[in-house]
Design a binder for this molecule. Structure first.
Ligand code: AVI
Length: 312
């Protein structure tokens, strides 16, 4: 972690990974964000699940193994487990603690469900346990978490999922759509300052883990839409000229210098369908709200033709 953080802070412009938002306080702040008036994403996606779960379940069929990428979506996964009734559930998470907690809680409520937690970095193809052989593999990646990957990383992630679910397998994925800049910017600049606290929490997290001495009041939260990139970008801007010590090293911040903390990409429908196609998926269905602010896509793994094989 020290190496990674210092590499980003030694770069020009400075950056850190958004994963540093998420210690216990950061996860609680994110939960709070999902309930903010301005943060329409979670509420819109939930209402799409509520309205279309039966349709989703019908399309997925029976004999399903549900593979959840990241295991922090308890409310959404429960809805899906109730309606799709999969034979097996494979939560994949880098944090073993989250996985075990999640598996324990679900087992209590769905005693007949076979749960096979896999502790892994899900940006790589996942080794799914043999026990689920013969079941249709369906990945689940809600919340527009795909938006926090750069397009090349999103392509790599989707290619890995395609490899994991196989041809005929599927991915149910939530995607935040492009829309009026004011709506997007309000969602990341809420009036109560919860997103600002979430952004600044990355510094508190680094202080705790790397014996660093960031002064949180020395930085200001910034979030703005970059139309060229098609993403909301979050930064922490230094309020003054200052030096911070981190894991025995010192890092200089000029007044108004920015530290880039997160990108959150937004997609047009056609852009996302094309991205999915480049990873070997066909968009079989899409559910969106009246304003087309958020979409849930059902992507189906294409059958792969061997290189040089004739396509009939
Ligand atoms: C987790 N992820 C989809 C959120 C987003 O909207 O990109 C993280 C977030 N950052 C600021 N607010 C919420």
């Amino acid at each position: 972690m020290a190496q990674e953080v210092l590499h980003g802070l030694g770069s020009e412009p400075k950056f850190i990974s958004p994963k540093y938002f998420y210690d216990a306080r950061g996860s609680a702040l994110f939960e709070e964000i999902t309930e903010l008036d301005e943060y329409y994403l979670t509420r819109t996606e939930m209402s799409l699940f509520d309205a279309h779960l039966e349709d989703m379940a019908g399309r997925l069929g029976e004999s399903v193994c549900l593979i959840e990428y990241g295991s922090g979506n308890s409310r959404k996964i429960r809805k899906l487990l109730e309606t799709v009734s999969p034979q097996a559930y494979v939560p994949v998470d880098i944090s073993n603690e989250h996985l075990q907690e999640n598996a324990r809680a679900l087992h209590a409520d769905f005693p007949a469900l076979h749960v096979y937690p896999v502790c892994a970095d899900f940006t790589q193809p996942v080794a799914v346990p043999q026990e689920v052989d013969g079941l249709t593999r369906v990945g689940f990646f809600p919340g527009s978490s795909i938006g926090n990957f750069a397009p090349s990383e999103a392509h790599r992630f989707l290619t890995g999922v395609r490899e994991t679910v196989g041809s005929g397998g599927a991915l149910l994925i939530g995607v935040d759509r492009k829309k009026a800049v004011s709506v997007l910017e309000d969602a990341y600049n809420d009036a109560r300052g919860v997103t600002a606290a979430f952004n600044l929490n990355a510094l508190a997290h680094i202080n705790a883990r790397l014996q660093a001495n960031f002064e949180l009041d020395g930085f200001r939260h910034l979030a703005r839409y970059n139309a060229e990139e098609g993403c909301i970008q979050m930064f922490l801007e230094s309020r003054r000229d200052q030096v911070v010590s981190i894991a025995g090293e010192t890092v200089h911040f000029a007044a108004n210098e920015t530290l880039h903390t997160e990108n959150s990409y937004k997609y047009d429908k056609a852009e996302f369908v094309e991205l999915a196609a480049s990873a070997g998926f066909t968009a079989e269905a899409e559910w969106s709200d009246d304003q087309q602010w958020f979409s849930i896509f059902l992507l189906r793994g294409n059958s792969t033709a061997l290189p040089g094989a004739e396509i009939r």
